[in-house]
Design a protein. Structure first.
Ligand SMILES: [Zn+2]
Lengths: 220, 183
């Protein structure tokens, strides 16, 4: 699959997100966005692994004493079978979606169970911890997602098609990172329906009346 | 492949290869003596009670043994790799936020993983550890807090003054080679 080189990706993860993911301290929904983007982007994969090296340096800095029989107890648990017998990592079957996301969906794009939310827009909520929520968004070609602002941090990653808003244009693999400052109206490119993965650590607030009425149904 | 020479700049890489290729328990004992106390310390700093941290440190070291074939010295030092296993153990322990992994590159270490690449990456990782140790206390402690889980994604520490860019470029080259080898 020709992704990985990240040649067409313009909008990357922030250093903060990569460091949080390396440290293992992000909400699950954000972990899913990071894992999905890194699957498609070697630039961010290399940055992530450098933050893991920093974690290694933190680990190295000091230790504490173990119980006296620690090593013996551990040796007793080791299996001498050659590692050659263990399965080598296999490259996942190529799909339209990155593998970590397919795990959450239980399949590829055709397995997504969409729920309409009005205006041709559809969504599918993914099961994560409640520290943040994750959902897939389907925006028909040329359609807009209601004008909205954010109380928390919102990450939106393009999986298919593209969208544009007041700030920039986002294509496949790109991540838009929105915070309290940003009020925007994402519009899908006319060429293709747009599918995004969106994660937020706070409920969205919509500015116009109708979408606000819809909010309970959006469950966000 | 010939075992990598044990050098000061690639600590424990040779032991990992002995474990991988020869299931060498003496090499494992050396790794255990160095890393198990550090993993226990890391878990305790992350809020794990001492007895649980001790048990989990053993789990982590058993995983090091079981997954030795997945260690790639051209992309990570042994300390880095052990850190990722300890981090994952801590996440399992908390049972709160799952952490899905990126898509696997599906490629173990190259059989002839270029010795030069490995040595340079290991040297650069060593320099990173030295740079971290020489930061002003306050800045270093903030970074440690990030990794111990005391800071949220909104409070992440500033890492200026650390040579992370060098390591990032090195890993990026290793990834390019992998992609190229995969065609
Ligand atoms: Zn990226």
């Amino acid at each position: 699959m020709p992704w990985g080189d990240g040649m067409t990706i313009k909008h990357h993860l922030t250093e903060n997100l990569l460091m949080g993911y390396a440290a293992g301290t992000l909400p699950e929904a954000f972990n899913l966005v990071v894992a999905s983007h890194v699957s498609m982007c070697d630039t961010c994969r290399a940055a992530l692994e450098s933050y893991e090296a920093l974690g290694g340096a933190v680990l190295e800095s000091r230790g504490v004493d173990l119980a006296d029989d620690g090593l013996a107890a551990c040796l007793a648990r080791l299996d001498d079978a050659p590692v050659a017998d263990r399965p080598a990592p296999v490259r996942p079957v190529p799909g339209a979606l990155p593998a970590p996301l397919r795990d959450y969906i239980g399949g590829d794009i055709d397995a997504i169970r969409w729920r309409p939310v009005g205006g041709g827009v559809k969504q599918a909520i993914l099961p994560t911890s409640d520290a943040a929520s994750a959902r897939l968004l389907f925006i028909p070609a040329g359609a807009a997602v209601p004008d909205h602002g954010h109380r928390g941090m919102e990450l939106t990653m393009v999986l298919q098609g593209a969208f544009a808003d007041e700030t920039d244009h986002f294509g496949r693999g790109d991540v838009e990172i929105a915070d309290e400052e940003l009020e925007h109206t994402p519009v899908a490119d006319i060429g293709a329906d747009c599918i995004c993965l969106a994660a937020t650590d706070a409920p969205l607030r919509f500015r116009s009346l109708i979408p606000r009425l819809l909010q309970p149904f959006l469950k966000i | 492949m010939a075992p990598a020479p044990q050098t000061d700049t690639a600590p424990f890489v040779a032991d990992m290869i002995l474990i991988r290729d020869h299931r060498d328990r003496q090499a494992f004992a050396r790794l255990f003596a160095h890393f198990a106390p550090r993993v226990k310390g890391f878990l305790m700093k992350s809020g794990t009670e001492a007895g649980v941290a001790e048990d989990c440190a053993q789990d982590v070291m058993v995983t090091v043994w079981n997954k030795a074939h997945l260690f790639d010295p051209s992309r990570a030092s042994v300390a880095t790799w052990v850190f990722t296993i300890a981090r994952n153990r801590r996440i399992d322990l908390a049972r709160r936020d799952r952490r899905p992994e990126p898509e696997d590159l599906g490629w173990g270490p190259e059989p002839e993983a270029a010795q030069d690449d490995t040595v340079v990456l290991q040297q650069e990782t060593e320099q990173l550890a030295e740079a971290l140790a020489s930061l002003p206390d306050r800045q270093r402690e903030l970074i440690e807090k990030c990794y111990f889980g005391d800071l949220s994604h909104r409070e992440i520490a500033d890492v200026t003054g650390l040579p992370l860019g060098t390591i990032k470029s090195r890993i990026r080259l290793a990834l390019d080679k992998l992609r190229h080898a995969m065609g």
